[in-house]
Ligand binder design. Structure first.
Ligand code: SF4
Ligand code: SF4
Length: 121
């Protein structure tokens, strides 16, 4: 079930993130891994949390758990910590608190499509 929108500006230091988790709610093949992301995640975690596309070019993505990222720990209701936070891919790091993608996710209740994963200059 989609999450409700969140009002207000997020804490710039990310203190609201675990209670929010909106940007970690999205469809399959959203969080893409580059080579550096794969190296950071390591051989043990890669098969648990990621999968390759069936077809060429066989990009690797974080698995999806139906409307949310497979890396999200939903064991405690209303809390959304990332189970692989320290080694999360660059795509996730770009969505900083207060960034356009963050604000859109909070407004929609999930990661939107109008903001791509890209850093502001
Ligand atoms: S949408 Fe923003 S406040 Fe919410 S978890 Fe993502 S970065 Fe944090
Ligand atoms: S890997 Fe972690 S930070 Fe990235 S979308 Fe998934 S749960 Fe969120």
């Amino acid at each position: 079930m989609p999450l409700t929108p969140v009002d207000g500006e997020p804490d710039p230091d990310g203190d609201d993130c675990v209670a929010c988790g909106r940007c970690c709610h999205h469809g399959p093949q959203t969080v893409h891994l580059l080579e550096a992301d794969e190296a950071r995640m390591g051989e043990r975690l890669l098969p648990i949390y990621t999968e390759l596309q069936d077809r060429p070019p066989h990009f690797r993505f974080v698995k999806n758990a139906g409307e949310r990222c497979g890396g999200l720990d939903v064991s405690v209701p209303g809390r959304y910590p990332c189970a692989i936070y320290e080694v999360r891919p660059e795509d996730c790091r770009i969505v900083e608190p207060g960034s356009p993608a963050c604000l859109e996710a909070r407004r929609l209740g999930h990661l939107g499509k109008s903001v791509e994963f890209k850093r502001e200059r």
